[in-house]
Design a binder for this molecule. Structure first.
Ligand SMILES: NC(=O)c1ccc[n+]([C@@H]2O[C@H](COP(=O)([O-])OP(=O)(O)OC[C@H]3O[C@@H](n4cnc5c(N)ncnc54)[C@H](O)[C@@H]3O)[C@@H](O)[C@H]2O)c1
Ligand SMILES: O=C(O)C(=O)C[C@]1(C(=O)O)C=C[C@@H](O)C=C1
Length: 363
């Protein structure tokens, strides 16, 4: 039996547990310091077993995943290094920064265990085990940062296990990881939060701001609802990279200010052309880039029961919806439904069926 121990069964740890649980020859044990969390993991059947004892969770584990906030990773690694671990045990983490933990691990005596840093490039603005899903990592990139001391056989053992996530595994140097992820993940989170807080201030004086906020605001600000503690730790840990990126950001904004002051319409349009060109070169359906799930939009007349009708139509053809949401539904204005699916196959089946029933579908 392969034993996997997961420390911190939240969104990321819980989703990993769901990828591994029930797979042949695998048993998954979850750890939390809190007895109530342990009870919750078991009740939600995310793990096979759960405990508040670190020693018990780690004993005989073949793989240990540390899935706690970045600020707690080092403390967990130290505690684990003092426990009697199974020889050859692979310890990995899922932290959104990689340089500091890689450097820390390289100086720690892990005896017969190995540390390989990891970071799945998929997530959500929601946190906790309640938000965990077995398909979170499907098609996403999953970064691994083995150093030169890791024998190829050990690295292969981890990559073999991670096949269950259906993610694309990619080796990246930890510092390079932090530079790139700082730009494509950490900076956007700061921008989203700053933007929401700016608008929230205006809204205190006039609630029309909130009422008129539509798709544009929603699309750029979803990640502003992310977990405060998780993000506090990420930003502090990648502080130097992010400070550099924010200086570049100030320059981008300053150049927009210049274009507006100079009424340079061609310059403004050029900025939009450039961004659109880069964005359309991104792979359309890869998780974590343009869509976090497989989604389509359906124009619907605003009348009672329409959601039920569509859900029933799809259900009767065995198409599984993972989410359904009304984007806009006001008196006399046709609404738009956002339908989300687990995979491309389900989505394509739905598009075909809805088109046959004369619905207007936007992909
Ligand atoms: N949220 C994302 O989109 C995302 C994506 C990839 C990686 N990550 C990384 O994954 C890790 C976990 O993030 P998450 O989104 O699953 O968060 P989460 O809040 O859903 O889960 C965190 C888990 O750690 C536990 N925990 C929290 N504080 C703790 C503490 N002080 N000591 C011990 N345990 C503690 C919680 O009980 C929970 O089980 C973080 O390191 C984060 O950087 C997050
Ligand atoms: O989709 C989201 O909500 C995310 O924030 C996921 C996201 C990202 O920025 O893309 C966030 C943090 C990670 O460490 C990896 C992925």
């Amino acid at each position: 039996m392969t034993k996997i121990a997961i420390f911190g069964v939240g969104l990321i740890g819980g989703s990993l547990a769901l990828c591994f649980k029930g797979k042949p020859g695998i048993t998954v044990v979850g750890h939390s310091n809190s007895p109530r969390s342990v009870e919750k993991y078991l009740k939600r059947q995310v793990v096979d077993d759960a405990t508040t004892s670190m020693e018990e969770a780690a004993a005989d584990a073949d793989f240990i995943f540390i899935c706690v906030p970045v600020g707690n990773l080092q403390e967990y690694l130290v505690k684990l290094s003092k426990l009697p671990l199974k020889p050859g045990c692979i310890i990995t983490d899922v932290g959104s920064t990689k340089a500091s933990i890689a450097s820390f691990a390289s100086k720690l005596d892990l005896q017969d265990a190995y540390f390989i840093g990891g970071h799945p490039m998929a997530g959500k603005e929601k946190s906790g085990v309640e938000a965990a899903t077995s398909h979170l990592y499907e098609n996403a990139f999953y970064v691994l940062t083995p150093d030169e001391s890791i024998p190829p056989e050990v690295y292969e053992r981890l990559t073999k296990l991670l096949q269950w996530t259906r993610a694309h595994l990619v080796k990246v140097d930890p510092k390079l990881h932090d530079d790139i992820v700082g730009a494509i993940s950490h900076l956007p989170h700061i921008i989203a939060v700053a933007l929401v807080n700016q608008i929230a201030r205006y809204n205190e004086k006039n609630e029309l701001y909130q009422n008129l906020a539509a798709g544009g605001f929603r699309d750029i600000t979803r990640i502003a609802s992310s977990d405060p503690v998780v993000w506090r730790d990420i930003l502090l840990d990648n502080r130097e990279v992010i400070l550099r990126l924010l200086e570049d950001w100030n320059e981008e904004i300053a150049s927009f200010i210049r274009l507006l002051k100079e009424k340079d319409g061609e310059g403004i349009a050029e900025q939009f052309r450039l961004s659109s060109e880069f964005r359309s070169a991104l792979p359309e359906r890869r998780k974590g880039v343009l869509t976090s799930v497989y989604e389509v939009y359906v124009d619907v007349p605003d009348h009672p029961g329409i959601i039920g009708q569509i859900a029933t139509l799809l259900g009767s053809h065995r198409i599984n919806l993972s989410n359904i949401q009304i984007i806009e539904s006001r008196e006399d204005i046709p609404g738009v439904l956002r339908l989300s699916f687990r995979d491309e196959y389900q989505m394509d089946k739905a598009i075909e069926l809805l088109a046959k029933e004369n619905y207007t579908v936007h992909v």
